[in-house]
Design a protein around this ligand. Structure first.
Ligand code: UDP
Ligand code: MN
Length: 241
């Protein structure tokens, strides 16, 4: 079977959910022959009739559910999407799928070309992500085709200071390293899973023309309290003659 890219998207019910997923679905449609979309619904945030929405698109998908253990509600920084990504890894391992896994949050913006490129991931591939931290970009630093370090606005105590949207993993590694997973610690999800795969800088394939192009952006929707604003019903019907 062809090597598919399993695109894992944690998602939860809110007014922006369908617009965000529509944008992502349309990026995936450009390359639908090489994608299996793994949409993972956060059931803590209520169910949202996603099946019907997903069926509109000519996309191969699976809809999974994830629940966050209550004890993590009080954790500082509140890890977001972690339960979903953990559930997807469990599912990918259970079915022993081959191909590549990529963690694609619902609110980011993706140039379809990055999906084409990541299909060739041998172990781990990486590329820049735009609009992340106050530096505006997070990127591997590449010299002579090799990743030698990282440029990122939040170094913290990370060996791999990268954004979730900036790497893909060949599933062979996920199956080989059975305990590799994402922790319930906000900010350390990327570093922890990459460390647990036991990779070195040499194993990282730089994509996006040796990390000189931005094909993924960490976009965020402006926060709005829609329900409050909908309180006063105003139409222009009275004005019409
Ligand atoms: N998410 C989720 N449940 C939540 C909050 C977020 O499933 O309670 C998902 C969200 O849809 C997104 C991912 O987790 O795909 C990351 O969340 P968000 O974009 O809010 O995080 P940020 O980009 O601000 O780190
Ligand atoms: Mn986001």
């Amino acid at each position: 079977r062809r090597n598919l890219v399993y695109v894992v998207t944690p998602t939860y019910n809110r007014p922006e959910q369908i617009p965000e997923l529509t944008r992502l679905a349309q990026a995936l449609l450009q390359v639908n022959h090489l994608i299996h979309w793994v949409v993972v619904e956060d059931v803590d945030r209520q169910t949202s009739g996603l099946e019907k929405f997903l069926n509109k698109f000519n996309l191969q998908y699976s809809l999974l559910k994830s629940v966050k253990p209550k004890v993590f509600d009080k954790v500082v920084g509140k890890p977001r999407g972690v339960g979903a990504r953990r559930a997807s890894l469990e599912w990918l391992r259970l079915h022993q799928f081959t191909g590549v896994v990529y963690f694609a949050d619902d609110d980011n913006t993706y140039d379809s070309d990055i999906f084409r490129q990541m299909q060739r991931t041998k172990k781990v591939s990486m590329w820049p992500v735009g609009l992340v931290t106050e530096l505006g970009v997070s990127s591997p630093i590449v010299r002579q085709g090799k990743v030698i370090g990282f440029y990122d606005g939040w170094r913290a105590y990370r060996k791999f200071p990268v954004d979730m949207a900036g790497f893909a993993i060949n599933l062979k590694l996920i199956h080989a390293k059975k305990n590799a997973n994402m922790p319930w610690v906000a900010g350390y999800e990327e570093d922890e899973i990459l460390r647990s795969l036991g990779i070195t800088l040499n194993d990282i394939q730089p994509l996006a023309s040796n990390c000189t192009e931005i094909l993924v952006w960490h976009t965020k929707s402006a926060k709005n309290n829609w329900s409050k604003k909908a309180g006063n019903l105003k139409t222009n019907l009275e004005e019409s003659t």
